[in-house]
Write a protein that binds this ligand. Structure first.
Ligand code: CA
Length: 427
């Protein structure tokens, strides 16, 4: 999981927008820069010549920036310091849960004809495209609530990535100027990613497609346009048709952690020589892993685990890199890859994560939030997202129950709360 703005040249987004709301992503209020209405308008005056040089008409610039106000919450999100980093096993527990697999399978059926046409045109399979859709916007249901000009103008005038966000602001204004969307429709994440595929405005300009042929590239209301655009993105990112993203592997008992890394690529034969075998213990073959060179991904290491019990290991190839480019985070890439595999009917990873307290699905997170609320905790909306309020409540309950106080909610806490849910809340 990445929490910093990336140099977003080749990525869809500036930020791991899909992570918003997962544990660890809640903001701890820091010293976010402030921006007054006057500051913002003065900044817009300064930016006007640049915007016009970037192809925004004077009339459009005025129309879409004259009445905007600063959006302080985006600056907090830009600068937040996560209280703790979400471990990959918790991240995957919420992003690739049974609910999303079932929803994804339903979407594969509903949009079968479109997805077949998308695969035909771009060479990217239906399961991968639907997995991106499901993780990015929960299949179009969660596209964000920020009006883009306001959010992007704030980020263009304050904070630590102003130059980048100026480019995105101008792109958003060009999109509005082109009549692609009514201003009130162009809403998205705090960082300006929008639509069912959460494209940044500049990505929209480069790579969005009108797949349903109605004359508009409508990533907001057209699933076909969104699916086609995702496939087009992956194709441009180097997707190889009919090649697997990678495969779970088994490492020898003694293995050098220095060999681990997505970009430390080696041919299959080199991995075989190092003792890496298929998860069933058989020799690896190109028919399973695909062609090319592979990096070894061991996501548990980044979450604090250590060899030899760091959890599942994967050899990942070029298609994993294409997914990674969508949102520069290896956990994100693994979520997409694994969800696609689950949509193909495959099961969970065979190597267990090195934890004895499994992470919670969204259904379980909602149940946990209801149990916390029933005990008198203010957890905000029951949304399955476990933000800062939920974590405070989790700590309080862990203290009360004599558990280790971590703020992390796993199956053990849920089980304890279920047991005690009939007892009166201690307030
Ligand atoms: Ca269209």
């Amino acid at each position: 999981m990445k929490t910093g703005i990336r140099s977003a040249g080749s990525t869809v987004r500036a930020m791991a927008v899909a992570l918003i709301g997962l544990p660890g992503s809640a903001a701890v209020a820091g010293a976010a820069p402030s921006l007054s209405v006057d500051d913002l308008q003065a900044c817009m005056e300064r930016l006007r010549p640049q915007a016009i040089a970037a192809g925004v008409s004077s009339a459009s610039f005025a129309a879409h920036t004259a009445t905007i106000k600063p959006e302080p919450s985006v600056l907090e999100k830009l600068d937040y310091q996560p209280e703790f980093k979400t471990a990959v096993w918790d991240y995957l527990a919420a992003l690739v849960d049974d609910e999303r697999v079932a929803d994804g399978k339903a979407m594969l059926a509903t949009h079968a004809a479109t997805l077949a046409a998308v695969a035909q045109r771009y060479g990217v399979d239906a399961e991968t495209v639907v997995a991106v859709w499901g993780v990015e916007s929960n299949f179009g249901r969660a596209q964000g609530n920020y009006r883009l000009p306001q959010a992007l103008a704030t980020l263009a005038c304050a904070g630590r990535r102003q130059t980048f966000f100026r480019g995105e602001l101008f792109a958003a204004l060009r999109i509005l100027q082109g009549g692609h969307f009514a201003p009130e429709k162009l809403v998205g994440s705090w960082a300006g990613a929008f639509g069912q595929t959460q494209f940044m405005p500049s990505t929209f300009e480069r790579l969005a497609v009108d797949f349903d042929g109605d004359g508009r590239k409508d990533l907001i209301d057209s699933a076909a346009d969104a699916l086609g655009s995702t496939a087009n993105y992956l194709k441009q990112a180097g997707w190889r048709t009919a090649q697997p993203w990678g495969v779970e592997v088994k490492l020898p008992a003694a293995f050098d952690a220095g060999l681990v890394g997505r970009t430390k690529r080696r041919p299959l034969a080199a991995w075989q020589a190092l003792g890496v075998v298929a998860i069933d213990g058989k020799p690896l073959s190109a028919s399973v892993v695909g062609e090319g060179d592979y990096g070894l991904l061991l996501p548990g290491l980044a979450s604090g685990a250590q060899l030899p019990t760091a959890g599942p290991a994967f050899l990942v190839g070029r298609n994993f890199d294409a997914i990674y480019s969508y949102n520069a985070s290896e956990s994100y890439g693994l979520a997409i890859a694994h969800l696609a595999d689950r949509l193909r009917g495959r099961g969970a990873f065979l190597t267990p994560w090195p934890i004895d307290d499994r992470g919670l699905s969204r259904t379980e997170r909602r149940e946990l939030q209801r149990l916390l609320a029933a005990r008198g905790h203010d957890i905000g909306e029951v949304d399955g997202l476990l933000g800062e309020k939920s974590r405070v409540a989790v700590r309080a309950e862990q203290t009360r129950l004599g558990m280790r106080v971590t703020g992390r909610a796993g199956e053990h806490l849920l089980a304890r709360l279920r047991q005690t849910s009939t007892q009166p809340a201690s307030r």
